[in-house]
Design a protein around this ligand. Sequence first.
Ligand code: BG6
Length: 481
Amino acid sequence: MSFDLVLFGGTGDLTWRKLMPALFQAFRHGKLPEGGRILAVARDERSDDAYRAFIRERFEDVDESKRPNAEEFARFAELLHYRRMDLSQPADYAGLRGWLDARQADTVVLFLATSPHLFPVICAQLGAAGLNDERTRVVLEKPLGHDLASAQQINRVVASVFSEAQALRIDHYLGKPAVQNLSALRFGNALFEPLWRRESIANIQITLAEAIGVGTRGDFYDRTGALRDMVQNHALQLLTMIAMEPPPTSDADALRDEKLKVLKSLKPFTPESVGRDVVRGQYRAGTVEGKPVPGYLDEAKVQADSRCETFVALRTEVQNWRWAGVPFYLRTGKRLAGREAHIVVNFREVPHPIFPGANRANKLVIKLQPEDGLELHLMAAKGSGPGELLAPVSLDLDFDKAFPSDRVGGYERLLLDAIAGRLNLFVRSDEQEQAWRWVEPVLDAWARDPSGPRPYTAGSWGPAAASALIARDGCAWAEEQ
Ligand code: BG6
């Protein structure tokens, strides 16, 4: 199957930091279909060779194990092409069409790795140039809008040019191997499903913690904040994968129908419940991984009096028969104690303890980062003889060890799926809009609340109020358990 992949924003951060390394990995592992061309599109004039040299240089910043050697790069570079385009000029789209039509690849993937405010313009121009036939798909990177109305407006323009099956909305967390494993764990094993409900599960926690600050993205982040950047998309997508009903098939729409139902079942926020169930924070100077770091307000391109949240913790519920009354806690933040993403499923305690000493409830930890794996925490008898005490032990599964040669990174997986037309891991417009509908009352309540985010020290686990939020239910975050 031949394909043409066009990267709009071909010289931007996303392209060289994430997409090119992912494409190279797919190429190195022989996963990229034969007969492919990758066309980078950007504003300035440069030759194919100059672009290849630019990418070669950018690979120096990539993790060494993922960097091509000279011979590998020479072969990979044969796929790379470059084209100058002014994204507002119809003639430039006609030129692009000429380039694509000269070959008529089986599949054309148009990846919009540009600033999202350009999506409507680009999509409208693509439509006008006839670059939307059935062999074409468009890939849209987040953030798609900054609230429900703006997301709907983008979706309307996209839908006027591309069918839903042609519009692939990326949430790169869905491409992470651990998230694939979450589906496999739930729907490829009979073991957990009978327990996956309110009768056996006490609460579920999703933590997406980052050690990094806002880096060079201060201006973007200051307009965005953690709720829009991480909760509306990544955290909620994980929640849907945990809470969804088993879909009837593995078809993309069967899966996405179930995820949408979860989003529609989330307990809606009211102005009162935002005050009670949502904590927002902003980091102050501190020490992260042994190095002193500045506070958020001293970061480059951040407003001196910014009220932007760099941390969110919240409590919600999925209001249906399976989950009624089970708290779901979500937490994300920058400049936290470490880079750690995990989901903790805390099971209920044994109903009638017969062993002396501490009885700890079982828990299942699904680890996304830094490594992906599974831990099942059980109680076992320690030592032998009468009156022995129970002690917690865990069964650990490290996926890198279990499948050493078959690991595919998030973007690699998503790019290969976009080329192959597999839609399971892309977010449908109704899911995305429902997620906005749910977070919007929080944004509204915060806009009206004069108190602003709570300070927390960089390198900590966020404001104390986040611990208090969960302690209220008699629970604790994973690191406090
Ligand atoms: C992006 C956010 O979507 O996800 C970033 O915009 C964040 O702010 C990143 O750093 C985290 O992704 P990962 O894969 O490094 O956990």
